[in-house]
Design a protein around this ligand. Structure first.
Ligand SMILES: Nc1ncnc2c1ncn2[C@@H]1O[C@H](COP(=O)(O)OP(=O)(O)OP(=O)(O)O)[C@@H](O)[C@H]1O
Ligand SMILES: [Mg+2]
Ligand SMILES: [Zn+2]
Length: 283
């Protein structure tokens, strides 16, 4: 993403007593890594998330997810697969995803990018124009080209043809270019295509099978950290988690999904209006 002030030329025009002067832009004072961090679009709420300030407690699957995330960050870009963090709200999925992103950007200066999936789709939609897709590409290009992308809350969006095609374009392009992506989702990965809330149904068959290939799936349960007082410790987390029955992911509604789906994994034509030079979109 270019500097807002100088468009990455490194020079800006200032007014000195009514006379225009050219001077070095402030952004040249920032190191590459600082600029990359600024450009990653990490929401203020998550700016301070690190793997170090994540409170861990006795929860096998959670610890496994944290360990996997840590290894991913430490060995970046060596990992061959991205991560898919799945579980109920408030268990630190976004925290972990952002912590990895921040670590990778600050350690390696990689071009990292965070997007909430719904916000991304909204942004693309707002620029969408069937005859002129350059504005749409302005949003899509950095998402497709980011060296490490976090796509938060996958499957929260209602699946329409447009959503499926747009998400497929993004994911396929990144898949073809071997770029790493970290996803989070509230939707369980169960092989039940009649469950409206399964990841499979929420994202569609084609995207789902790509995701399985692209990511290590890390599914875990835990207490909602948002229910705890500030500075809760490991013991509080463990007690809250054990004191409650296994948290349910969004309500199950079985039997209707198939009828509501637009057919099985039928092959679709690539989007003719969105051609991506590097990737084989829609393949
Ligand atoms: N184990 C933890 N230690 C410290 N902070 C935590 C932990 N788990 C969650 N948090 C904090 O709790 C808040 C909620 O966590 P987060 O947003 O990561 O949850 P989530 O699993 O992404 O939930 P959702 O599915 O609703 O998006 C964040 O501010 C996060 O930093
Ligand atoms: Mg989240
Ligand atoms: Zn600048």
């Amino acid at each position: 993403m270019a500097c807002d002030i100088c468009d990455d030329t490194g020079w800006k025009t200032i007014d000195v007593g009514g006379v225009a002067r050219v001077t070095r832009c402030d952004c040249t004072q920032l190191s590459l890594r600082e600029r990359r961090m600024r450009d990653a679009r990490i929401p203020p709420r998550y700016q301070r998330c690190t793997l170090e300030n994540l409170v861990t407690y006795e929860n096998e699957l959670f610890l496994k997810a944290v360990e996997k995330a840590r290894r991913f960050a430490e060995t970046y870009p060596a990992a061959s697969k991205g991560l898919m963090l799945i579980g109920p709200p408030g268990i630190g999925k976004t925290h972990i995803a952002v912590a990895v992103l921040r670590r990778v950007v600050s350690d390696t200066g990689a071009r990292g990018l965070y997007y909430d999936t719904r916000a991304l789709l909204r942004e693309i939609r707002s620029t969408y124009n069937p005859t002129l897709n350059s504005a749409e590409m302005d949003v899509l290009r950095p998402v497709m080209e980011a060296e490490l992308l976090v796509l938060d809350d996958l499957g929260a969006e209602r699946l329409t043809d447009w959503v499926e095609e747009t998400m497929s374009l993004i994911v396929n392009t990144r898949y073809n270019e071997r770029r790493l992506t970290i996803f989070t989702s509230n939707h369980e990965d169960i092989p039940d295509d009649t469950d409206m809330n399964s990841l499979l149904v929420r994202v569609g068959f084609r995207l789902h099978s790509r995701l399985r290939e692209m990511c290590d799936f890390l599914e875990y349960d835990g207490p909602d950290y948002r229910d705890l007082p500030p500075n809760a410790g490991a013991e509080d987390l463990y007690k809250l988690w054990k004191g409650r029955p296994r948290r349910k992911l969004p309500q199950r509604t079985t039997g209707q999904a198939r009828a509501q789906l637009r057919g099985p994994a039928r092959e679709r034509e690539p989007r003719a209006d969105l051609k991506w030079p590097g990737g084989r979109a829609g393949s």
